[in-house]
Design a protein. Sequence first.
Lengths: 231, 231
Amino acid sequence: MNKPKAVVLLSGGLDSTTVLAIARDQGFEPCALSFRYGQRHAIELDYARRVARAMGVENHVVAEIDLRVFGGSALTSDIAVPKDRPATEISHGVPVTYVPARNTIFLSFALAYAEVLGAADIFIGVNALDYSGYPDCRPEYIDAYERMANLATKAGVEGRTRLTIHAPLGSMTKADIIRAGTALGVDYGETTSCYDPGEDGRPCGGCDACVLRAKGFAEAGLADPLVARYR
Amino acid sequence: MNKPKAVVLLSGGLDSTTVLAIARDQGFEPCALSFRYGQRHAIELDYARRVARAMGVENHVVAEIDLRVFGGSALTSDIAVPKDRPATEISHGVPVTYVPARNTIFLSFALAYAEVLGAADIFIGVNALDYSGYPDCRPEYIDAYERMANLATKAGVEGRTRLTIHAPLGSMTKADIIRAGTALGVDYGETTSCYDPGEDGRPCGGCDACVLRAKGFAEAGLADPLVARYR
């Protein structure tokens, strides 16, 4: 029997790669969706492609959307990425790395892709615990998005399918995520997290994403294979 | 005193141009947002630029997003645009010109633009009466979108602004829309509606959008200046 297709938003980072493994483990055929959106860390798309290949994903679409047209974020403009903030400070307030409405835009493309594929399931790696304080990572946001999405599409209106937005990392700590992915065979050496990597992909070690990642591996009692790779 | 900014989704068509005039009449400074999304009728962007200029819009962003990457619609692929359907049949069922999740994607970009501008108002020309049966034109969809949007953004989370999605054409007939726009000084000769225009912009006269437009002008007892232009 064919597995049901699910759209998985895949950045090539630690969280979305774990989500891809979870979707596959739950019996879905993951169809990956990545974005070239003008991010300064576009190298993550190389990781996304590698991850998708390593995990046997057959459908992987990279959509081109230029979010630089609006500006307003350190990830898509010349605003400096903050460095060396302690993990305890990262989850307070919305930082300059927040890209306006980014998850809303990403989920909207996922909705279009799902509708064309005939898929009723979308997976997103948002996490509201060890996170950067972004509004569009919270469970109440995801619930409201799902409700809207079920009114937005042909399948929803015709009552054929009920669309589900899966956010399986919901309230997991970074350490929980790393343990779960490791149990599912994820090779985290193939993932990237850094907001401000070197040209060769070397993580800066100081941005919020690097700090949260290091803390997660430390708490999980595991070594980060990405660190070994750039040693 | 500065007028509050509002993002207006502007296709260059009859409905969105009327909405632009309504937003201006309500005391907003309209900031227009259009999309090059791989539509076969990309000539509408020339109309959008002309309309924006004619109406004194200072900020007009054209975002590049390639929706052809997913396929699935007559407006972005080689699927034939249906012709010569009577107006009474057009609003039943979802036709092949439906672009999966298009309004959800457009509103998501409007949300990003509004957040960067510091605007709390978004205008969209959806209409659920003389329309093509698209799920993402219905009032319950717009309400659910607004609710989600207020959980999605930095401004929403920080409680600074409550975002409103205005759909002023809601339940107006096409004739009502044309009368309202005419009263506000809209020159409909500068707008386009056709899904399948000739290279010079000449409307086909047979697609759903042309049929609904002709019916609207007839019911309003007005001549369509666009018809005169191509005579």
